[in-house]
Write a protein that binds this ligand. Sequence first.
Ligand SMILES: C[S@@+](CC[C@H](N)C(=O)[O-])C[C@H]1O[C@@H](n2cnc3c(N)ncnc32)[C@H](O)[C@@H]1O
Length: 275
Amino acid sequence: MLMATTADELREEVRRRYAESARAVTEGTGECGCGSGACCEGETASADFGESRYTPEQRGELPDAAALASLGCGNPTAIAELHKGETVLDLGSGGGIDVILSAKRVGPTGTVYGVDMTDEMLALAQRNAREAGVQNVHFLKGVIEQVPLPAESVDVVISNCVINLSTDKPAVVTEMARVLRPGGRIGISDVVADDHLSPDERAARGSYVGCIAGALSKSEYEAGLEAAGFEQISVEFTHEVTDGTHAAIVKAVKAPVSDLKALPVIQSDATSACC
Ligand SMILES: C[S@@+](CC[C@H](N)C(=O)[O-])C[C@H]1O[C@@H](n2cnc3c(N)ncnc32)[C@H](O)[C@@H]1O
């Protein structure tokens, strides 16, 4: 139960789960992750997650192992409309699929950073990027609640089915606002719950490490982004994952310099699953 588990224990459980997933891809014994089976504590494999969210053209740009390692619930590279020369940050970069696709979009004058806390995923991503022949990428070990990059250093933050796994979502949103340049944008895929579902009802629909129990509701997401100073916020459901939880596209823009006033400090509650 979430209530009886500390934030550190929960994060360690997430790390272990995705280390196992990276090993399964590396050893060819199948994937596990959000909504998929095998090593995922009874959740059923689902076309809602993974490489099926990418176009055949995009899959053609990827090494097989990168496509196989896809554990996301959407396609943030299709949301973020990346341009040549931009700097992109992928939060929870996993096997590197969105980093590789973004690197091809931003071209050699652009840079893509992937941040992940799981050594096995970082190793897999590095191997996949080498195999894909992209050089404008950097994989950084770290947590998305404390991004190892300076303030105002990126144009776009992307993420694919990771923020629901964070045990401190306000810290993640604050970090996105910190690292983005004024006017920078986010293009995120995530699992999001209907507003009427209580935390217990979310937990009844799927596990935390399986990307369901930790999902924010739509209005929690919107309020968290607004409190961090984001504008033009939209949270759009794309397809249902379980009864009342959905894959969603989350977009927002960091206020340009002229709009940046003293913003309220967001309280960070490490034990809360919600904003
Ligand atoms: C569901 S997988 C998604 C991976 C990738 N985005 C994709 O679409 O395939 C979650 C990834 O996020 C990483 N992760 C989860 N929580 C994290 C955190 N708090 N800080 C950094 N990485 C985290 C895991 O190690 C794992 O690689």
